[in-house]
Design a protein around this ligand. Structure first.
Ligand code: NAP
Length: 247
């Protein structure tokens, strides 16, 4: 799947929500989904970044996207339920949900993890994804074939020293994916994870400040797996944690 080549209209007619769509991997995914015909709902914290992605999609002649400005740090279940109601009234259904937005927190020894770091990372990376996914289930059920994609990490499969809260949050992501995938097995909803692997983004630069990012894959280069899991070719794939980069 990391060599997947979509057809020109692979995602035509699909409505796909991408969180963290203003930057990094989420931005690349939103633009690629639009390029292959999807109507993309751009959700993120910084409105200016979302507007820039919106403009890029319009200028390229792709389907008109929508913007949902939302800071996951302070968002409540009511925000997510209202969002689901708006999506239902505007589009009638949701075909894809890419849970991509995350924060790194601080890389520190376990004994130095601050409560506020723990609370922020768990809120954005875990609680927000749980509440949003739960609220969106009714609109995902209205799609003929819906795909939920969570974003994992290598440190969500094997713990690593100093990656504390972030690593623990990604284990929770993998667990959430497995629980929901098992529960919705044999329905119209499939649920999987992608581990992007080392990718040149702001988050990666924060984690590895002295690294030469020109040696890393760019977000655009890891898109085949992101496209595959939203395309109908992956309808029978459920409960998997895929790598976007070959080892
Ligand atoms: N890059 C890598 O090497 C790598 C490796 C493994 C896993 N990942 C995972 O891949 C995903 C994307 O990471 P990335 O590298 O693209 O990171 P990034 O460049 O830092 O982008 C993160 C995105 O999440 C959004 N976001 C952060 N906090 C938010 C909040 N409170 N509310 C709403 N949106 C928020 C950001 O919006 P603003 O820009 O507006 O803050 C941004 O659009 C994450 O889940 C990350 O854990 C990345």
């Amino acid at each position: 799947m990391n060599t997947f080549i979509p057809s020109e209209n692979e995602l035509t007619g699909k409505v796909i929500l991408v969180t963290g769509a203003g930057d990094g991997i989420g931005k690349a995914a939103a633009i690629h989904y639009a390029k292959y015909g999807a109507t993309v709902i751009l959700l993120g914290k910084t409105v200016k970044k979302l507007e820039a992605v919106y403009d890029e999609i319009i200028e390229a002649g792709y389907p008109q996207p929508a913007i949902i400005p939302l800071d996951l740090k302070g968002a409540t279940q009511k925000n997510y339920r209202d969002m689901a109601a708006t999506i239902e009234s505007e589009f009638g259904r949701l075909d894809g949900l890419l849970q991509n937005a995350s924060v790194l927190g601080a890389l520190t020894p376990f004994e130095h993890i601050l409560d506020e770091t723990w609370d922020l990372v768990m809120k954005v990376n875990v609680t927000a994804q749980f509440q949003m996914t739960q609220a969106l289930m009714p609109v995902l059920k209205k799609s003929p074939q819906a795909s939920i994609v969570f974003t994992s990490s290598s440190v969500g499969r094997k713990g690593r020293c100093f990656w504390g809260t972030y690593s623990i949050s990604k284990f929770a992501t993998e667990g959430m994916m497995q629980v929901v995938a098992d529960e919705y097995e044999n329905t119209n909803i499939r649920v999987n994870c992608i581990n992007p692997g080392a990718t040149a983004t702001t988050m990666r630069a924060r984690a590895y400040p002295s690294e030469d990012q020109s040696q890393l894959k760019t977000p655009d280069e890891i898109m085949p797996t992101y496209l595959y899991l939203m395309a109908d070719q992956s309808v029978s794939v459920n409960g998997q944690s895929l790598d976007a980069q070959s080892k």
